[in-house]
Design a binder for this molecule. Structure first.
Ligand code: SF4
Length: 251
């Protein structure tokens, strides 16, 4: 396919390890090499180490795929091979919930340990491409591999919680989810909330029944805002800092 399309922009070959080692024609910029654990050999590691155009797409058919792929990474590390790796997994006939759960476990388990640079989810009869794509970006976001949307840090809620945390989080999310790279803390109470917000850029913290206090980082900027106006006040604050982008202007 690539040989017939190679003049097209952003068109790169996808090569099996046998052809890769046999020096088939390759792109000068970027080449994807599809391997499984069994394909790792000293020759392959040596070649990959000296090829700045190589990116591995790793796959597994093992019932314990995560363990096998982890071993593949161990082989790369032991071979001092720093080639970028896209972790691939294939699924079929799963519900949306199952796909999200399995992919998050299989791929996220490796990424969270710092193994891998990207994900490739092949999903047959599991739901729409949009959902699969969102799942992939969600896994990258949750493992901090690639931040592509707003990050929310909300407290687990407890007896001190001063508002409906799920409903409020959903409301804030529906207005701000397009703000790439911003972290918003949503905390149920002022007693422990600010301490639990960690490194959030903005904080929305319950300060009394029907009242919210807004934070910029760890600094209080607006106290006791009535709840009905609080989300707008949060957006005004983000706008003041020039961090606001209108949703329709996002490409
Ligand atoms: S921030 Fe407050 S409401 Fe939320 S879990 Fe902690 S103590 Fe409870």
């Amino acid at each position: 396919m690539w040989l017939t399309q190679k003049s097209q922009p952003r068109s790169y070959p996808f090569i099996n390890p046998v052809d890769y080692l046999a020096d088939v024609e390759k792109s000068l910029q970027l080449n994807f090499i599809y391997i499984q654990l069994k394909d790792i050999t000293t020759d392959l590691l040596q070649k990959l180490k000296h090829d700045p155009t190589a990116v591995l797409l790793i796959d597994t058919y093992n019932e314990h795929g995560l363990a096998e792929q982890r071993l593949l990474f161990v082989n790369l590390i032991n071979g001092q091979c720093e080639v970028p790796v896209v972790i691939g997994r294939a699924y079929a006939d799963l519900s949306t919930d199952q796909l999200q759960l399995y992919a998050a476990t299989d791929l996220g388990g490796l990424l969270i340990d710092g193994l891998g640079d990207g994900v490739f989810i092949a999903a047959e009869r599991c739901g729409s491409d949009k959902m699969v794509n969102e799942t992939a970006f969600g896994i990258l976001q949750a493992t901090r591999t690639r931040i592509s949307k707003t990050e929310y840090i909300s407290c687990p809620s407890c007896g001190r919680t001063l508002f409906d945390l799920q409903e409020t989080t959903a409301k804030i999310r529906s207005r701000t989810s397009h703000l790439k790279g911003i972290k918003i803390g949503i905390m149920g109470c002022i007693v422990n909330g600010p301490g639990e917000m960690a490194d959030a850029d903005y904080g929305y913290v319950g300060s009394g029944p029907g009242r919210i206090t807004l934070y910029r980082g760890k600094e209080v900027v607006k106290k006791n805002v009535p709840t009905p106006q609080a989300v707008d006040a949060l957006i005004d604050l983000i706008r003041e800092d020039k961090n606001w982008i209108e949703p329709q202007t996002i490409n």
